[in-house]
Design a protein around this ligand. Structure first.
Ligand code: PHE
Length: 339
């Protein structure tokens, strides 16, 4: 029986059953306890021997149980370790990688170009004062040219900026010309009260640029615009200036770029002109300089405002500006730099 019990202990497969067996063998109702209890019925001279024997059996069984318990615990640990083993040679799950928005990619490219030429990159408030958005840009309160830009007003004097041009006034006001010329670009979002359609969005981007120093000419403006065209699209793209009107520049121009679709030959996209309009620019109006406290007899220069949305549409053949603002990843991931 003793041997059989020891074998039983070795055969137990898990810790729970081992514990049940321990209770069965060594518990209050177990055979050993019973035997020791029955000892008082034995003749006195046999009691010590019997007691000794029962104790030995109990110790042996207890030892066997403990040994088995250690074994089972070790097994359990080994199994757990085997389960949790990591195969470091398995290929990982690919992590989806984000990327800058296509408009931001264009802005980044423009910023890199201008930083390389020593321009500062500054950003301004989207909720702007009427003073900076219009008045200091030579557009007094009742000026008819305000109609060119339908505006979201917050109050009578505060509005969502309709252009990044207020950054001209803001930087002119602060610039210390004794430390050198002003060369600045300012990218950002602007707002107009337009009804959204394929070519209009009530929110879009602009990059403003301004250079003020002594002896700046329109040739400097044209050369700078040409650089943008070459950098963003390639050397076969030319710039053409057409006379235009903006209240804050005089003379004012609209700049066209060689048509992407036909390379300048003429097609439906460019209405058979070979050119596509991409930005407004001009020589900064003396009124703008004077209102910002800059002596227009000594200093002058050019400014331009271009639309990255339009650039992106032309560059990638996107025919609806609203795509840029819908955040549809199927659209946006097409412009991943890797792809
Ligand atoms: N702010 C003008 C616009 O939004 C563009 C512009 C900027 C024109 C700077 C001239 C000089 O239409």
């Amino acid at each position: 029986i003793r041997q059989q019990r020891k074998q039983d202990i070795k055969d137990v497969g898990d810790l729970k059953n081992l514990d049940a067996l321990r209770v069965e063998l060594l518990g209050k109702k177990g055979p050993i306890t019973q035997a020791l209890r029955g000892m008082r019925d034995l003749p006195a001279d046999q009691r010590p021997k019997f007691g000794q024997f029962a104790n030995t059996v109990r110790d042996e069984l207890q030892g066997a149980i403990e040994a088995r318990r250690d074994e089972l615990k070790k097994d359990r640990l080994n199994k757990q370790l085997a389960n949790e083993k990591i195969d470091v040679t398995l290929p990982g799950k690919p992590v989806a990688q984000g990327q800058p928005h296509v408009i931001q990619q264009i802005i980044d490219q423009i910023e890199d170009l201008f930083i390389g030429m020593g321009y500062q990159v500054l950003t301004g408030p989207e909720v702007e004062e009427d003073k900076y958005n219009f008045e200091m840009m030579n557009l007094p309160k009742d000026h008819p040219a305000r109609d060119m830009q339908d505006t979201f007003y917050i109050t009578k004097d505060i509005l969502m900026r309709t252009q990044t041009s207020p950054m001209q006034a803001r930087t002119l006001e602060k610039h210390d010309f004794s430390k050198g010329p002003l060369k600045m670009i300012s990218p950002g979002v602007v707002y107009r009260r337009d009804t959204d359609d394929p070519t209009h969005s009530h929110q879009f981007h602009q990059v403003e640029g301004i250079v003020i120093d002594k002896h700046i000419t329109m040739a400097d403006l044209k050369g700078t615009l040409e650089l943008i065209a070459h950098e963003l699209f390639g050397n076969r793209f030319d710039i053409r200036l057409r006379p235009s009107y903006f209240p804050f520049t005089e003379p004012s121009v609209e700049a066209d770029i060689t048509c992407f679709n036909c390379g300048g030959k003429g097609c439906a996209v460019c209405k058979y002109t070979g050119w596509i309009e991409v930005l407004g620019a001009g020589m900064v109006h003396p009124n703008v300089l004077e209102m910002a406290g800059v002596d227009s007899e000594v200093y002058g220069g050019f400014a331009f405002g271009l639309g990255p949305d339009r650039f992106a549409m032309l560059k990638y053949g996107v025919d609806d500006i609203r795509n840029f603002y819908l955040n549809d990843v199927r659209f946006l991931t097409q412009f991943s730099k890797k792809g």
